[in-house]
Design a protein around this ligand. Sequence first.
Ligand SMILES: Cc1ncc(COP(=O)(O)O)c(C=O)c1O
Length: 494
Amino acid sequence: MLLALDRGTGEPLANQLYESLRTRILTGKLRASTRLPSTRVFAKELGVSRNTVVNAFERLASEGYIEGRVGAGTRVARTSPEAMTRTAAVRKRRAAGPGRRGPSERGTSIAGIRTRTWSGPIGDVRPFRLGVGALSEFPMKIWSRLSRRWSLGGVPAMDYDEVAGYRPLREAIAAYLRSARGVTCDASHIIVVNGSQQALDLTSRVLLDPGDAVWFEDPGYDGARGAFAAAGARLVPVPVDDDGFNVAAAIARDASARLAYVTPSHQFPLGVTMTLSRRRELLKWASESGGWVLEDDYDSEFRYTQRPLPAMQGLDADDCVIYSGSFSKVLFPAVRLGYLAVPPSVLDTFLRVRFLTDVHPSTIPQATLADFIGEGHFERHLRRMRLLYRERQDALVRSAGQHLAGLLTVPPSDGGMHLVGSLPAGVDDREVSRAARAHGIAATPLSFFAESRHCSGLLLGYAGLTPAQIEKGTQQLAAVLEPLVRRAARGRFT
Ligand SMILES: Cc1ncc(COP(=O)(O)O)c(C=O)c1O
């Protein structure tokens, strides 16, 4: 079997081996029931340690790509996990009998895509819930006063509006993006969407065909992974290092990608900023290969120590970048508003596809938001939240230093609404997260967002918590962590 593992990328060899085998299985190069060499022979052939092969095999087996029986060796599974979901759907429909209703094969397979689910009650501010800001600090009185204004618009305000969204809001967004993010756009490039999730879905449907390869940050945002998977794309995980998305590794893995999904200003979930040279490299790839870049600028507003780098879209001379942003973090998630800045070459297709999806977002919150921005409340709220979130981040770092020493290392970050804590060796982040949940603590495991298994840690949201809640949450988390860390230490020394 010709498998090239690259020691220069920094990507663990077990991950590379897992990925190449999985790709071969999915593309049919390794057929069902094909026998794989024993781990010992394979390790020798590849010039790697046996552990590397065992790790890759274990992961493939746990995901259902290969199966092994004592004495019979390891074989490619008779049915791939993807095919199993498909067949299950068909079987269910057939079992229901002719003429019985049931979801389609496509619906069943989309519904089966792995995403995060929020298990707490709506509105709950559980420490350290991810991705929600200080909702109680939002100037709701001003917002409700402005929202009444829409009703004074009479009959014209009640009619269908432009598919791209409410024009005064698009103008306000374009002006904001030009001055705050260096985005090259005017109102004609902006499409107002119902949150970033719709931007991801729309972009996938307009730009991707089933089977197209998509470069995906590893670890990366599950909402984006789900949208691409729903469009039938083939996800190519690309390692993120201290300089952000590793373009050379991406090209080495699959230069034929159709789209690269990146969060350059504040990588989700690790929080690194993609360097200028990496951004240039990615744009060079896109312009030479005819690929697209989807830049998700979901929380660039919250930068505490220095001004953020301008958006990558502003460097794009060939119209290869689709730029997306959200009001979920800067306002509140229930507003369900976000935006896309789309190059002219595909704008019309985006608008036609959008029309068939939901025609346009409700005009009522759009009009309120246009006035909220126009009257300066948006900028004011943003300035206040920046100061508040910075204080809260400091509070988390301080409390963690006091209560979590030896249990979880929580370094500060230049921005964002959560921090990434690293666990001592041998502590399983999913187990910690489960135990924490039982004590009323939401500590999201980093490994959930990873395609490769080397990522482990806890994501701790702080923006929605007062310093007192942070202090208490940290103490509770320490109580959860202590026995697990002690057990792991015992395991290391026996
Ligand atoms: C990377 C990323 N993009 C976008 C969003 C916002 O999504 P939406 O606008 O659909 O609420 C989030 C929220 O957590 C995110 O983490």
